[in-house]
Write a protein that binds this ligand. Structure first.
Ligand code: PRP
Length: 179
């Protein structure tokens, strides 16, 4: 285990199995639909990459970059759009792929933006859901794991941009982010 972590919350093996399970369900649910999987950079990268390998129907992928934490451990509530989509989602069945839903503010804003762009349907798949953190009403359609209110890193999730490359989800030691 990485020395800055106090424990592993979700193992690499459990993540791999969950991606397969979610991919299979999504393949059935989106059969005959015009699926576009939209990843929210940068945290989504390991998850979207593993997830789409298990989706067996035709799909397109696009990315947006929005930030809400700006390197800290708590949401500022301000959602900044750094990069918009490259392609049109007008009339498409959009599935937003996230690493984590916490306050829900990021997704609420992104969903609003995608509806304005004319998406036919908008759903959310998230690897992690932290329901205790929610401050706006937002229920993800597909959830990998519900987690408690702890500061987690790894598998795309960062603290000050580090730890995204850890292949599992772990809880950061308090002394790492309080020093
Ligand atoms: C994180 C995460 C989600 C968002 C969730 O992104 O990837 O997009 O925060 O928080 P919320 O539900 O409280 O809005 P972040 O802004 O840290 O950017 P990153 O993906 O580049 O790490």
């Amino acid at each position: 285990m990485h020395s800055d972590l106090k424990k592993i919350l979700i193992s690499q093996k459990d993540i791999e199995e969950k991606c397969k399970e979610l991919g299979n369900i999504i393949s059935l649910d989106y059969k005959d639909k015009n699926l576009v999987v939209i990843g929210l950079l940068k945290g989504c990268v390991p998850f979207i990459s593993d997830l789409v390998k298990h989706i067996s129907i035709p799909l397109r992928m696009d990315y947006m970059s929005v930030s809400s934490y700006h390197g800290g451990t708590a949401s500022t509530g301000h959602v900044r759009v750094n990069k918009d989509l490259d392609s049109s989602v007008n009339g498409c069945d959009v599935l937003i792929a996230e690493d984590i839903v916490d306050t829900g503010k990021t997704l609420k804003k992104v969903i609003e933006m995608l509806s304005v762009k004319g998406a036919k349907s908008i759903k959310v798949v998230t690897l992690l859901d932290k329901p205790e953190g929610r401050v706006v009403e937002l229920v993800p359609d597909y959830v990998g794991f519900e987690i408690p209110k702890e500061f987690v890193v790894g598998y795309g999730l960062d603290y000050n941009e580090y730890y995204r490359n850890i292949p599992y989800i772990g809880v950061l030691k308090e002394e790492v982010y309080t020093k």
